[in-house]
Ligand binder design. Structure first.
Ligand code: NI
Length: 187
């Protein structure tokens, strides 16, 4: 297993549509997933998409800590060829950050309720429903497979900020703020 360098905004691999994976049980797929997992852990991320490590294929991984999901942890989930559909009309804005856009954060509108399906590493189809933060993380990661970074989803660029500046401002004002690094709650 190898910790891989993370592609940053501007890299071609982050701009294009990633290719479907033909066989999720292929050992080469599993080797890539192992490297992605090491990279995600080393980067303190809670999500990572294959294009972020330079691999233009439709594979993402994430987990959701219990503290961000009403006390219910979503364990590490590895998705091959994921597909998302909204299951309700509502969107909500919240702060997001991205390992490929280091140091910055901004408010991004996302569907609050989705159904997502994917192939697991055994080659089996899985379907799940998700809401709120869980739904947000899945949408953020899957966007990476279509060449979309979160700033491209922002409707008010006025909220785009350096994370450390925003945290310092919030602290000075006595406010709490959750900023996520690929979904990671930062201290
Ligand atoms: Ni990201």
């Amino acid at each position: 297993m190898t910790v891989m360098p993370i592609s940053r905004m501007g890299a071609e691999v982050l701009k294009s549509r990633a290719a479907e994976v033909r066989d999720a049980t292929d050992p080469a797929v599993h080797a890539l997933v192992d490297d992605m997992l090491q990279t995600m852990i080393a980067s303190h991320g809670v999500g990572l998409a294959a294009p972020q490590v330079g691999a233009p294929v439709r594979i993402v991984m994430f987990f959701v800590p219990a503290m961000r999901n009403n006390g219910v942890e979503i364990p590490l989930t590895i998705m091959v060829n994921p597909v998302i559909e909204p299951t309700g009309p509502d969107q909500a804005e919240d702060w997001e950050a991205c390992l490929s856009v280091p140091g910055l954060t901004g408010r991004v509108p996302r569907w609050t309720s989705i159904r997502y399906s994917f192939t697991d590493l055994q080659g089996d189809k899985q379907v799940r429903d998700a809401r709120d933060f869980h739904a947000r993380v899945v949408q953020h990661e899957c966007d990476h497979l279509d060449g979309v970074l979160y700033p491209m989803r922002m409707t008010d660029m006025g909220s785009l900020s350096f994370s450390d500046v925003l945290r310092a401002e919030a602290q000075a004002a006595g406010e709490d703020i959750d900023i996520d690094e690929e979904g990671v709650p930062l201290e």
